[in-house]
Write a protein that binds this ligand. Structure first.
Ligand code: NI
Length: 130
């Protein structure tokens, strides 16, 4: 039974090792799936675009660096080790002065930039598993 059970167990995932496997920015990589949520890593630097996800909350967890999440009515400054949940439907605009490493958690099917067309948007089907 222990052997059968082990088939369902995943391997441990080392976030820093995963981050060492890519360098492209604003291009989320998928590292795990849990209850219909995808766990993704991204390196981001500079300004993204105003967007929202009408039906999905989005978790930002800062693994390295600092991230400014701009909202229409406030700025939220996040630093390494901090987490923020952007509620569904709320406009947000991520900005990082220097490269920042983030872990994102969002449901499968979440559009990268919601309904906003943007040159840096990556379709989920084009987001690679690493
Ligand atoms: Ni978003």
């Amino acid at each position: 039974m222990a052997f059968l059970f082990s088939f369902r167990m995943s391997n441990s995932i080392n976030l820093l090792k995963k981050f060492s496997q890519f360098n492209d920015q604003w291009s989320p990589k998928i590292i795990a799936e849990c209850n219909g949520q995808l766990i993704k890593l991204a390196k981001i630097e500079g300004e993204f675009v105003w967007h929202n996800h009408p039906d999905e909350d989005e978790v930002f967890f800062i693994v390295k660096g600092k991230l400014l999440l701009k909202f229409r009515d406030k700025d939220v400054h996040l630093k390494e080790g901090e987490l923020y949940v952007v509620p569904k439907g709320v406009d947000h605009f991520p900005v990082a002065d220097k490269e920042c490493w983030v872990m994102l958690i969002e449901p499968k099917g979440t559009k990268h930039t919601g309904e906003t067309d943007f040159e840096l948007s990556v379709d989920e089907k084009d987001q690679k598993w690493i």
